[in-house]
Design a protein around this ligand. Structure first.
Ligand code: PRP
Ligand code: URA
Length: 207
């Protein structure tokens, strides 16, 4: 079964509660989305390989390390863009691909409207960014697209994940890892996560 990691950290709990608060305004929502994303990214990259690297400090040689893993980041448009800023701060040279999906408001079924991906091979580790995992339809479609492109190793980084969506991804993609700040119990009749935080994209982009 795929690995599920719920990250625990006081700064994360604090920022997540601000995101959940319906009174939080756009500026603060953006700031705390970035904080949550950075903390999740630290956990999502924990297993990446490093190789030895010798450098000279101003005083002496130093035997250090450098990242030795081909990483590709794929934010799911549009809300995944909220997490991309944090990733680019921490992994400034990584290639970025895009998958655009939007849920139909009535059926909650996502349709694809955009795709632009760099070359992906089985040697790459793909970090998929989508703050909300609700029914799992959007991430299910995204992983299918990535696997068709050659992706074999991936981590799905979410801010809030509902049990229904987690179960769907685990059943469909037993090798995928899910890293999330929160696991919420249910979806309402419109397939919104409860308690959740509402429509992430609308709150982040102020629409
Ligand atoms: C939201 C969210 C996920 C999706 C989750 O996107 O960012 O991509 O819904 O729901 P699911 O697990 O049931 O598929 P939305 O379709 O609202 O588009 P947006 O990112 O453009 O706001
Ligand atoms: N997308 C969101 O932005 N929020 C939800 O609760 C479900 C899907």
């Amino acid at each position: 079964m795929s690995k599920l990691v719920q990250v625990k950290h006081p700064l994360l709990e604090h920022a997540l509660t601000i995101l959940r608060d319906k009174h939080t305004r756009t500026v603060e929502f953006r700031q705390h989305a970035a904080i949550v994303s950075q903390i999740l990214l630290v956990e999502a990259t924990r297993q990446l390989a490093v190789a030895p690297r010798l450098v000279e400090t101003p005083l002496a040689p130093y035997s250090g390390w450098e990242l030795d893993h081909n990483v590709v980041v794929v934010p799911v448009l549009r809300a995944g863009l909220a997490m991309l800023v944090a990733v680019q701060d921490m992994l400034p040279s990584v290639p970025v691909g895009f998958v655009g999906l939007e849920r139909d408001e009535k059926t909650a079924i996502a349709h694809e409207y955009y795709q632009k991906l760099p070359p992906i091979s089985p040697a790459h580790h793909v970090l998929v960014l989508d703050p909300m995992l609700a029914t799992g339809g959007s991430l299910d479609d995204t992983v299918t697209i990535l696997q068709r492109k050659g992706c074999r190793a991936l981590t799905l980084v979410c801010i809030v994940a509902a049990r229904e969506g987690i179960a769907r991804i685990q059943q469909r993609y037993p090798d995928a890892t899910i890293v999330t700040a929160a696991i919420d119990a249910e979806l309402n009749h419109q397939k919104f996560i409860v308690p959740g935080l509402g429509d992430f994209g609308d709150r982040f982009f102020g629409t």
